[in-house]
Design a protein around this ligand. Sequence first.
Ligand code: PMP
Length: 382
Amino acid sequence: MVYLDSAATTQKPQCVIDVTTQFYTSQNANVHRGRHTLSEQATAAYEQVRQRVADYFQVSGNEIVWTKGATEAINLVAHGLRNTLTTDDTILISPIEHHANIVPWQELAAYTGATLKALPLNDNATFDIKQCCDVIKHTKPALLAITHASNALGNITDLTPLISAAKAVDALTLVDGAQGALHLRPNLIKLNCDFYVFSAHKMLGPTGLGGLYGRYSALNALSPYQTGGEMIEKVTLTQSTYRDAPAKFEAGTPNIAGVLGFGAALEYLMALDQQTLKQYEQQVFIYAANALREIDGICIYSDLKSNIGTLCFNYKNEHPYDLATLLDGYGVAVRSGHHCTQPLMTHLQLNGSLRASFAFYNTTKDVDHFITALKECIALLD
Ligand code: PMP
């Protein structure tokens, strides 16, 4: 089969599967609780992975919080700002965001009385960065929440000028790295955002795990999202005090096996040369884009010049579900629908699209198979 749905979730290297199985087979114990050997070993291994994530993003270990995914990480920040934002504040997002980076801000706006606004977008769903910077300058938002790369289009956001403009008006910045974290491996100190969220399952790791990077002072200033065991300092029957970040945001037993599996994924990734990986991914992506462009009746919505490796397209007025179902019959897995980006689809005047998303394990042979199958599916529809 040809798997072209890595933007939804990546495949897992064998080492991730092995480490997860090994934990349950012979190392299973809870973390941060027992004094017995197994528990201490589990705690050490678990905390080592937190440091590995920090190394991957070139930040400090105490700035990484485990969550169950990018969605929960955004909710954590949105919830944590409930006591900070007021009716005078504006939250600025963009029209290309995944619903996970829209709905939590709608809830925060409703809770605090803050105003929610979106950056302007060109007709082709790219940003006019200068215009966006002007909007940030004049809106003076309390927070700018924006994606590193669009999950529907693959377009990479030119974040540096946007974050600078936000910093100039003292706005907090949150970057949705669900798509960018694997393909762009950002240095978060250089990127200079306050928060960056990611999902382990889109970075070769297990499902049900993700995380939040927070610049320490910004992170520790958030109020806790969930409360309970492990995040407390002292509990009486009537009140409690909380630990500092990251423990403050990690109530309850975490996804230990998931974290260890993710550690193996990161070790695997970090052993690969990033430049080589990027070049290879781009080669396969451009090869696919060129082949797709040559098919009569195909319309591509992705910006091919600055893209993590995702092709968003339709064939004439055919329903994307029909083509995706036919492609599945040829062993080609692509996504179809609105990709959890309904405002973007509305902007593009689409009900939905097909999406072929690539990762470094895809080959030009996969592309050939995909294009041949697509041509045959189109012939069936025409
Ligand atoms: N943001 C973007 C850009 C995404 O692509 C996704 C997943 N499709 C999310 C947020 C949410 O990630 P998760 O479902 O892993 O929480």
